[in-house]
Design a protein around this ligand. Structure first.
Ligand SMILES: C[S@@+](CC[C@H](N)C(=O)[O-])C[C@H]1O[C@@H](n2cnc3c(N)ncnc32)[C@H](O)[C@@H]1O
Length: 218
């Protein structure tokens, strides 16, 4: 029972908030279910810092934090300032403490979090789109439009993984079929990180997967 992730209370988020912040959808719930299935493993590595990039409403990190408890620091990042504010409200509403940062990927924290992150969660903008659909003025477009193969944002994160993750760290990434799982695993393998699918689900036209990456020890 203690290893269950309760869906956080989001009743404080209004429809006008959702005009600027990604509304939880099948991808968010698949990530929550995947993390729930991983709780025994996550607890076993005794995490001290969990980071979610692209927190949106805050549903995922708040759920994880509520389940794991207060013995860990929870960092949340979003490029969208509306999302950063809503994430903070979600944390407060659900009585958890998150540190919320409004920046691009790990932004200015990079030098401060070298080899520090034990659990990293990213449900990125994964939908394959034309470059023109990535409109910097539209917070909602930035939450889903992923450019070529839907890889534009996640590809910028991959080279940072060996720098920011702790030796036993785990990286959870949500992808769709079009993102090319085999190629993503190949890229991560070049950094000595091994990936496997831990949960997958068809949701309408999308085939969603959660990948788990761990450092390959020599
Ligand atoms: C698909 S939504 C996921 C939101 C939430 N985690 C969920 O599962 O419901 C992607 C999120 O990533 C954020 N995002 C997009 N590009 C980003 C970047 N370069 N750095 C940080 N966050 C980014 C978006 O603003 C959006 O909130």
């Amino acid at each position: 029972m203690m290893d269950k992730i309760e869906t956080p209370d989001l009743s404080h988020i209004s429809s006008s908030d959702y005009e600027n912040v990604y509304e939880p959808a099948e991808d968010s719930f698949l990530m929550l279910d995947a993390l729930e299935s991983e709780i025994p493993y996550i607890k076993a590595i005794k995490p001290t810092i969990c980071l979610e990039i692209g927190s949106g409403s805050g549903i995922v990190l708040t759920g994880l934090a509520k389940c794991l408890g207060s013995g860990c620091a929870y960092l949340s990042v979003d490029i969208n300032s509306h999302a950063a504010r809503v994430t903070q409200r979600t944390a407060t509403r659900n009585s958890v403490n998150l540190e919320v940062v409004n920046c691009d990927l790990v932004g200015p924290m990079l030098s401060r979090i070298q080899n520090e992150i034990d659990v990293l969660v990213f449900n990125p903008p994964y939908v394959p789109t034309d470059e023109s659909e990535i409109d910097p003025k539209s917070p909602i477009a930035l939450s889903w439009a992923g450019g070529l193969r839907g890889r534009k944002v996640m590809d910028r994160l991959f080279p940072l993984i060996p720098q920011i993750m702790s030796p036993n760290g785990i990286f959870y990434l949500l992808i769709v079929k079009e993102n090319d799982e085999d190629d993503i695993c190949k890229v991560m393998k070049s950094y000595k990180w091994h990936g496997s699918v831990i949960m997958e689900r068809k949701a309408g036209r999308e085939y969603l997967k959660v990948l788990k990456f761990k450092h390959v020890k020599m």
